[in-house]
Design a protein around this ligand. Structure first.
Ligand code: HEC
Ligand code: HEC
Length: 264
C-alpha cells in the first residue's frame, strides 16, 4: 500500500514537473516542414544527402543510417553547432557541423578526400532538415549536458569571432553588416538570424552551401580571412547571435530570391 502511494506520488510529481516543459516546447518549436515546403534547391540537396546517409561507401557495408537509425536523435544536431565534438583520434577543438560530418566521412567511408568534401554540404543539409523548426542552441546537440570545458572552449571561440567581426581595417564585417534583425539605416545587411537560414542556395557558387562553406569563400573575398580557426570562430559568433531563433534552413535572402527568379 505504502509503495502504491509512493509511486502515485512520484508519478504526479513527474507529470507536474514535466508537464509545463512539454507545453512550452510545443509552443516554441514549429513543426518540421515537409520536403515540398522547402526551397527547391535546398530540397534537392536534402534528398541527395538523404540518399548518401542511407548508402554505404565502405567495404564493411555500413552506412550512416546503420548507426543513426532514429531520426529523433538527430533533431538537436544542426542547432548545436559549432561545438566541441571529438571522435576517436579527432582533435579537441570547436568545429562546425560540416567539419564533424567530414570527420564521420573519413571514419566511416573509403572515399578519397575530394569525394568526401563534395558530399559534406548535402549531408549537412539533410541533417539540418531534421533540425527544422528547432532552436539554435550552440554547444548543445543532445539531451545529455556537454562538459563545461567544451562550453568554455566554445565561448572562447565565439568571443574571438566577435573580435574579428569588429576588427578595425578594411576587412571589418560591420562595415557591410549589422547584427540586428532588419536592414539598418545605413543599408547594412542584417546577420541576426543568418545562422538559422543555412544550409541554403548560394547564387554565386550555384549550389547549396553550409554556413561554413559560404564563409570560406565569402571571408576570403571580403575580409582576407582564410584561417580555419578564424572561420569557425566567426561561425560560432554568428550561431551565438542567432541563439534561440528557430532553424529554417534553405531560407534565401530577399535579393537572392530576386536574382533566382530572374534566372528562371
Ligand atoms: C559505426 C557507427 C556509426 C556510423 C557508421 C556513423 N556514426 Fe555518427 N556517430 C556515432 C556515434 C556512436 C556518435 C556519438 C553519438 C552520441 O554520443 O550521442 C556519432 C555522432 C555523430 C554526430 C555528432 C552528433 C552530435 O550530437 O553532435 C554526427 C553529426 C554524426 N555522427 C554523423 C554521421 C554521419 C554523417 C555518418 C555517415 C557518414 C555517421 N555519423 C556514421 C556512430 C556512427
Ligand atoms: C564589402 C562588404 C562586405 C564585407 C566586408 C563582408 N560582407 Fe558578408 N555579405 C556581403 C554581401 C553583399 C552579402 C550578400 C551577398 C552574398 O550572398 O554574397 C553578404 C552575406 C553574408 C552572409 C550571409 C547572409 C545571409 O543570411 O544570407 C554572412 C553570414 C556574412 N556575409 C558574413 C560576413 C562576415 C562574418 C564578414 C566579416 C569577416 C563579412 N560578411 C564581411 C558583404 C560584405
Amino acid at each position: 500500500m505504502k509503495d502504491t502511494i509512493l509511486s502515485v506520488a512520484l508519478l504526479l510529481a513527474f507529470i507536474f514537473l514535466l508537464g509545463p516543459t512539454w507545453a512550452a516546447e510545443e509552443v516554441s518549436f514549429p513543426a518540421q516542414r515537409s520536403l515540398n515546403q522547402l526551397e527547391s534547391n535546398y530540397r534537392q540537396s536534402v534528398i541527395n544527402g538523404w540518399r548518401m546517409f542511407q548508402t554505404s561507401f565502405a567495404g564493411d557495408g555500413i552506412a550512416c543510417v546503420n548507426c543513426h537509425l532514429n531520426h529523433d536523435q538527430m533533431i538537436g544536431w544542426a542547432g548545436g553547432y559549432p561545438k566541441v565534438e571529438v571522435f576517436d583520434g579527432t582533435p579537441y577543438s570547436v568545429k562546425t557541423l560540416r567539419q564533424v560530418v567530414l570527420e564521420t566521412l573519413a571514419t566511416h567511408t573509403d572515399l578519397p578526400k575530394s569525394r568526401r568534401e563534395a558530399m559534406a554540404d548535402d549531408l549537412a543539409a539533410y541533417i539540418s532538415w531534421w533540425g527544422d523548426g528547432q532552436l539554435v542552441t550552440p554547444g548543445m546537440s543532445r539531451d545529455t549536458k556537454p562538459a563545461l570545458m567544451d562550453l568554455d572552449e566554445l565561448a572562447i571561440s565565439a568571443s574571438s569571432g566577435n573580435n574579428l567581426f569588429y576588427r578595425d581595417g578594411s576587412s571589418r564585417c560591420n562595415s557591410c553588416h549589422g547584427v540586428a534583425n532588419k536592414i539598418s539605416g545605413e543599408g547594412k545587411i542584417p546577420l541576426k538570424r543568418s545562422f538559422a537560414t543555412f544550409p541554403k542556395y548560394d547564387v554565386n557558387l550555384k549550389r547549396v552551401v553550409t554556413l561554413d562553406s559560404f564563409l570560406t569563400t565569402h571571408l576570403a573575398e571580403h575580409a582576407g580571412i582564410k584561417d580555419r580557426e578564424q572561420i569557425t570562430a566567426l561561425a560560432a559568433y554568428l550561431a551565438d547571435l542567432a541563439r534561440g531563433e528557430n532553424l529554417r534552413p534553405g531560407t534565401l535572402r530577399a535579393n537572392n530570391l530576386r536574382s533566382n527568379m530572374n534566372a528562371n
